[in-house]
Design a protein around this ligand. Structure first.
Ligand SMILES: Cc1cc2nc3c(=O)[nH]c(=O)nc-3n(C[C@H](O)[C@H](O)[C@H](O)COP(=O)(O)O)c2cc1C
Ligand code: SF4
Length: 479
């Protein structure tokens, strides 16, 4: 019998993967549902014996089976989009059944946890530190140092919190882990617990990810005995961007209003229920499940650029021809990502700008596209890597409207705790509509400075980046 493999990831489902699966089953094929390869422009991407077809509709099924379909892309693993990647965090993408413990074990699952359990906690932390792993949620803080702080902090209880709020525009890598390789997140959390002495963990996932939530419920139940005595509970967010900020997230888990807490104390010292807490992004924790494998830390530390070690799963989105998940060592340039790999815009028009790092990331001009993916290089260019989302705009984008959007977004999502953000976001929008008056422009400059340096958290603190970059690189849109 012909075995047909079809992704069950939300991106594939949104493109009609279920109807395609039904059509193959009706034609007498055996259908397996796997994770997505992350080549979203080809979804639903169908695989038979390693060969791929995409994007497939139910009407394509007869021609695929009789060998006359024009949608064949050849051997999937050799596709240029995949062949240029070095997949570590996404090594299983497209290859395993997400909820199959058997598939997880067959691809090296739990070996890192088994090894971690044989090591003293300080050795686990030393390996994570040595790998150079930095947090993938946005700030790029070294994971090993955070773990060390929690391990050394006094507390009757300690917690591991996986931040799966994934609110940045153009991002979907966390979702792909949650839906495609959820055991890797559980394994990473259990290793973190072993390292810092935590007994309980929480996964805070956004309510907009119903498929991920359903799969996590199954995964948590299936892995309960494997990770015991460590326990994991799922918490669902209610759709607030600021609840991705770690202290607002902790408040939300505690059942309080999702308002940012002043720091210090750091969550590593006084986090969830005032106990020492590791808060890490999904990608950070999933990477740990590879780093703790034999030789994993050395491999990770050996690739990348400068202080940005290992691989970065970038997400190509917006107006781009080949949108999807591209995991490669740090150092790849925006030019390579947008043109060589992404194929330019989907509209076929010239690229005008890209926004990297979510709604608070800078707009980057094509003149800056030689910028390598590297935390320090981005920071020197007043830009942000954030969670690795890259949103492409063609020459029809109005950058004044984009700058206006940054203020509107900040006003809508502000938790209201501090004045620069709560009031400044609204005043900023007003000043922007009078930007050609010298007084208003000067006041806008002052306001951006107050937002950047006077805000309690990065929501207000980073709003100036998209505004300033739009005004600097596209002055004609503000004339
Ligand atoms: C407004 C705001 C929203 C954030 N949203 C997220 C998010 O959705 N996911 C995430 O992992 N980190 C988010 N962060 C960063 C977290 O506060 C925190 O730095 C991160 O979860 C730590 O994990 P990491 O060290 O593994 O990156 C956000 C920060 C801010 C200021
Ligand atoms: S900057 Fe905005 S979101 Fe952050 S604490 Fe202040 S009001 Fe809240």
């Amino acid at each position: 019998m012909i075995v047909v493999r079809i992704p069950d990831d939300a991106a594939a489902l949104a493109c009609g993967a279920d109807a395609v699966a039904e059509a193959f089953a009706a034609a007498g094929c055996s259908v397996e549902r796997l994770s997505s390869w992350g080549m979203h422009w080809l979804e639903p991407l169908v695989e038979i014996d390693g060969t791929g077809w995409g994007p497939v509709t139910a009407a394509d099924v007869p021609t695929i089976l009789d060998g006359t379909s024009s949608k064949c892309i050849g051997p999937i693993a050799a596709h240029p989009f995949l062949a240029r990647q070095q997949r570590l965090t996404f090594a299983r993408a497209g290859r395993t059944r997400p909820l199959s413990l058997e598939d997880y074990v067959a691809t090296g699952g739990w070996t890192a946890l088994t090894r971690a359990r044989s090591l003293p906690p300080e050795q686990i932390i030393a390996e994570v530190t040595g790998s150079g792993l930095r947090g993938r949620g946005g700030a790029g803080f070294p994971a090993g140092i955070k773990w060390q702080t929690v391990a050394g902090a006094a507390g009757a209880r300690k917690f591991i919190v996986a931040n799966a709020d994934e609110g940045d525009s153009g991002t979907f890598a966390d979702r792909m882990v949650l839906e495609g390789d959820p055991f890797a997140l559980i394994e990473g959390m259990a290793i973190a617990a072993q390292a810092v002495g935590a007994g309980r963990g929480y996964i805070y996932v956004r309510s907009e990810y119903p498929h991920a939530i359903a799969k996590l419920n199954v995964t948590i139940a299936l892995s309960a005995q494997i990770i015991a005595p460590f326990e994991i509970e799922l918490r669902i967010g209610a759709g607030s961007y600021v609840c991705g900020e770690e202290t607002a997230l902790l408040n939300s888990i505690e059942g309080k209003r999702g308002e940012v807490r002043a720091k210090p104390p750091l969550p590593a010292i006084q986090g969830l229920f005032a106990c020492p807490t590791v808060v890490n992004n999904v990608l950070t924790l999933a990477a740990v499940a590879h780093i703790l494998q034999p030789g994993g830390a050395e491999l990770y530390a050996g690739i990348g650029i400068g202080k940005s070690r290992g691989t970065m799963p970038t997400q190509l989105a917006g107006n781009i021809k080949h949108g999807g998940l591209f995991e490669a060592p740090f150092g790849v340039t925006l030019r390579e990502l947008i043109y060589d790999i992404g194929g330019g815009t989907a509209s076929g028009r010239p690229v005008k700008a890209v926004q990297v790092g979510g709604p608070l990331g800078a707009y980057i001009h094509p003149d800056q596209f030689d910028l390598p993916f590297d935390y320090e290089a981005f920071s020197a260019a007043d830009a942000l890597i954030g969670h690795g989302g890259i949103v492409v705009f063609d020459d029809r984008a109005d950058m004044q409207k984009m700058a206006r959007f940054a203020f509107d977004f900040c006003a809508a999502e502000s938790c209201g705790k501090c004045t620069p953000c709560r009031i400044g976001s609204v005043r900023g929008g007003e000043l922007l509509s009078r930007v050609n008056e010298p007084e208003a422009r000067a006041a806008l400059g002052d306001l951006l400075e107050a937002l950047q340096f006077g805000s309690l958290c990065a929501l207000g603190g980073f709003t100036p980046y998209p505004v300033r970059s739009a005004m600097t690189h596209w002055p004609e849109d503000f004339a």
